[in-house]
Design a protein around this ligand. Structure first.
Ligand code: ADP
Length: 534
């Protein structure tokens, strides 16, 4: 081997923290507190993060210890994002929407020693306090009743009483910096531990020009919760380039989001389709003209939603794909060059991977299939910001020759465009052939009378399984099955057309806002899904 002459500098969260605060000291972070924005500079937030690191250290936190956050997207959550990994400890972002048993499970499993909790979320944490076996200190943020949490420490007083001088250690780049648990739609949540290095490289990936292309001129509204897949990496990537960050706190409903956007004028945002759908239906007249792009993912983004954002707001919604296990950004659906009018067609695909991330598809026997746009199989992925195991769990069934099995089924074209047709566990197998629920949902949601659609497989004597389409009609609409089938006709194979439809008030959602098909299947089995008559 011919040795390189490059310096061997460890990559870390500390590096991106120090870079942002020194080069972009005047950039700002704005937290929405009800009806008005509260703004602090990067310099102030950096100093608070230093104080937090000193305070945690005085409480006995040492490199490797886990510090949990139970917080909305707000300023002190960002301070913890910066301070905890920079001091070599491990930030554990707790999903506030987990069931109590799961919440207790993940805190105990990660062995969190300290928790930082928002006043408004304290009652949720109090429910599991007696079950937490490793937590020694709870820091509370804001005013509230914390009696049910036992002994607590006021975050603000604590950091005020510590100096903004902290000697950050040099931390090995392959050590853990942050932990996120998957939302555990099946079984217990599984922990993914990002390294100092993976966060740094992923942040570069997120800022890249063919990716989210962040610069210091951006004002990024972080709608995706910082407790879900690190808010898609946007806090670190934004901080790295000195973009202004806008944090909506608990105000994630359509009306406050529209107010925030009109008042604070972000240039960039990211959200799951459910949130964008909600905004569209409840605030179609909002002024979103400050946004240059909204990144959308977490589940397939309906083409009709992208079209509606083009038409209603003049804002481009760009689809991305990723998982907690992939930091999470893995692919983004930027149309190839010179596509002109065809752009929407490409935006509707799942995307192409970022450099460094590799994908392939495999059949049930593990044979690698060709990237020809038609062979369909499970997508496998590897790369420097893709997990290779889970916390305290090698989970061998989730890996194949060093590649992560994503559980997503789809195709890949020769030029790398991924199209996901389903999650493996949601696949509908009719007469031995796959029907894509994602395709059917996408088409159904483009019908003017349909607000949301989720398609599940239900048992069928003849075909093993057939699709059942669950529809949330637009208010005042009642689309008939025949009209819906007609709408699908010609766009999918005839044998894909669902015989059965049912109207529901809402599609059940998981803790991170995805269609919860497990619940739909259980409702169907319990005879709870009313059919729409022809
Ligand atoms: P969970 O597995 O608990 O839902 P994640 O938030 O990590 O947690 O979800 C990752 C999954 O979300 C992916 O495996 C995929 O099924 C789905 N997903 C994310 N983005 C997209 C997309 N653009 N299109 C289709 N599915 C997506």
């Amino acid at each position: 081997m011919f040795a390189s002459t490059m310096q061997d500098v460890e990559l870390s969260v500390l590096q991106l923290f120090q870079h942002g605060r020194s080069i972009h000291a005047g950039s700002t972070v704005t937290t929405w507190s009800g009806d008005k924005p509260v703004t602090a500079s990067y310099a102030d937030i950096g100093a608070n993060a230093d104080r937090l690191a000193s305070a945690l250290s005085s409480l006995g936190v040492v490199p490797g210890d886990r510090v949990g956050t139970f917080c909305w997207n707000n300023q002190h959550h960002l301070e913890a994002y910066l301070a905890v990994p920079s001091m070599g400890a491990v930030l554990h972002t707790l999903n506030i929407r987990l069931f109590p048993e799961q919440l207790a499970y993940v805190i105990n499993h990660a062995e969190d020693r300290v928790l930082i909790v928002d006043a408004s979320l304290a009652p949720l944490l109090a429910k599991v306090r007696s079950k937490l076996s490793t937590v020694e200190h709870i820091l509370t943020v804001g005013e509230g009743d914390f009696d049910d949490l036992g002994e607590t420490i006021d975050y603000h007083q604590l950091i005020r009483s510590h100096d903004p001088t902290f000697g950050y250690p040099t931390v090995p780049e392959r050590s853990a910096a942050a932990v996120c648990y998957t939302s555990g739609t099946t079984g217990n949540p599984k922990g993914v531990a990002y390294s100092q290095r993976s966060i740094f490289i992923h942040s570069l990936g997120v800022t890249g020009a063919q990716s989210m292309a962040f610069t210091e001129a951006d004002r990024i509204l972080l709608i995706v919760p910082m407790f879900h897949a690190m808010a898609w990496g946007m806090p670190y990537a934004g901080w790295m380039v000195g973009a202004d960050l806008i944090l909506p706190g608990p105000h994630l409903q359509a009306a406050p989001l529209a107010d925030i956007i009109e008042t604070v004028r972000p240039t960039y945002s990211g959200a799951v389709p459910t949130v964008l759908n909600d905004l569209l239906h409840n605030r179609p007249t909002a002024d979103l003209s400050s946004l240059r792009e909204i990144i959308c993912g977490g589940s397939a983004v309906p083409t009709s939603l992208m079209q509606a954002y083009d038409d209603t707001y003049g804002v481009t919604v760009t689809q991305a794909w990723g998982m907690t296990e992939t930091s999470p950004l893995a692919a983004i659906a930027r149309p190839p060059k010179n596509q002109g009018d065809e752009a929407l067609k490409w935006r509707s695909k799942t995307g192409r991977t970022l450099p460094g991330v590799e994908i392939r598809i495999c059949d049930d026997a593990g044979t690698v299939l060709p990237n020809d746009g038609s062979a369909q199989g499970e997508i496998e992925i590897r790369g420097p910001w893709v997990t290779g195991s889970y916390v305290h769990d090698t989970a061998e069934e989730k890996f194949h020759d060093g590649w992560l099995r994503t559980g997503d089924v789809g195709t890949i074209t020769a030029d790398g465009f991924i199209q996901i047709s389903d999650r493996a566990k949601d696949v509908i197998k009719s007469g031995g052939e796959w029907i894509s629920s994602v395709d059917l949902e996408n088409l159904l949601m483009s019908h003017p009378g349909v607000r949301e659609a989720a398609v599940i497989g239900i048992p069928d004597d003849r075909w093993d399984e057939r699709p059942l389409a669950c529809i949330v009609p637009m208010s005042g609409a009642a689309p008939a099955p025949e009209a819906l089938r007609e709408h699908l006709q010609g766009h999918v194979a005839k044998w894909w057309l669902p015989e059965r439809f049912c109207a529901v008030e809402e599609i059940p959602k998981t803790s991170v806002g995805k269609f919860d098909k497990k619940v739909l299947r259980a409702q169907y089995a319990a005879g709870e899904l009313p059919g729409i008559e022809d």
